[in-house]
Design a protein around this ligand. Structure first.
Ligand code: ZN
Length: 241
């Protein structure tokens, strides 16, 4: 079985289109999405439609839940809050209905999926060894997948200590031990590589490979400006941070 794992699309249609074209070339058996389909970006409805059509499993992220009004914007910084208010206003009924069906955790095919972490599936960023170890200790699946930080990561335990780190484009790991993987973000990468990120998990060959694909960043940025979204959110897409 070959699975494409995507996460943190953040209403960036051009990034999502580029990733799905790359996914199609790999002839995968399933697409799993780890949440935050909306928030920050200019095309939430189109991204919800595409993710609903294309994904076999989809989680809810913190931005999805804020856009639905199920969580408040008080935990967001000013720009994220402004984008969440805008998203809430433009969200179409069918997109809202789709997001309301989602949960922040999932267990497809013996893997454990969380939008953020096992300790806090909605909010906790796995960006420290302590947070990574807590999630590996709270789970038993050979493969644990998270999103939320927008940083592509491949982490494992060696003699009880967290090993691994940031997974650059083209990184391939052998699935011969337990792994905690974050594909990186489709629509708003924060690991210094502005290209859209996704992860190919090949269970038969026991390999996971970290992919990046270029997309028309300037088109997303001009749509963000036209929508009146905060300019800093558009500017960060160039830097991948
Ligand atoms: Zn996110």
């Amino acid at each position: 079985m070959r699975v494409a794992v995507i996460t943190d699309v953040h209403a960036n249609r051009h990034a999502l289109d580029a990733v799905l074209a790359d996914v199609d070339a790999e002839e995968v058996d399933a697409v799993w999405c780890l949440g935050d389909t909306v928030g920050y970006g200019p095309q939430p409805n189109e991204c919800c439609d595409l993710v609903r059509e294309r994904s076999d499993v989809c989680l809810a992220g913190n931005h999805d839940l804020v856009a639905l009004g199920e969580l408040t914007v008080s935990d967001f910084n000013e720009e994220a809050a402004a984008a969440a208010v805008w998203t809430n206003e433009v969200l179409a009924p069918n997109a809202e209905a789709f997001l309301r069906t989602l949960s922040p955790t999932g267990e497809p095919n013996g893997a454990e999926l969380f939008h953020a972490s096992a300790r806090d599936p909605i909010w906790e960023y796995i960006l420290t060894e302590e947070a990574a170890k807590a999630t590996l200790d709270l789970t038993t699946a050979p493969l644990v997948l998270v999103g939320h930080s927008h940083v592509a990561l491949a982490l494992t335990l060696e003699d009880g200590t967290v090993a691994g780190g940031v997974a650059k484009a083209g990184t391939e790991i052998q699935l011969d031990r337990r792994w905690l993987l974050n594909p990186g973000s489709v629509g708003q990468p924060r690991d210094g590589d502005p290209r859209a990120a996704w992860l190919l998990v090949d269970a038969d060959r026991r390999i996971a490979s970290f992919r990046r694909v270029a997309y028309a960043i300037d088109e997303t940025q001009s749509e963000m400006r036209a929508a009146g979204l905060p300019s800093a959110l558009a500017a960060r897409l160039d830097r991948g941070e």
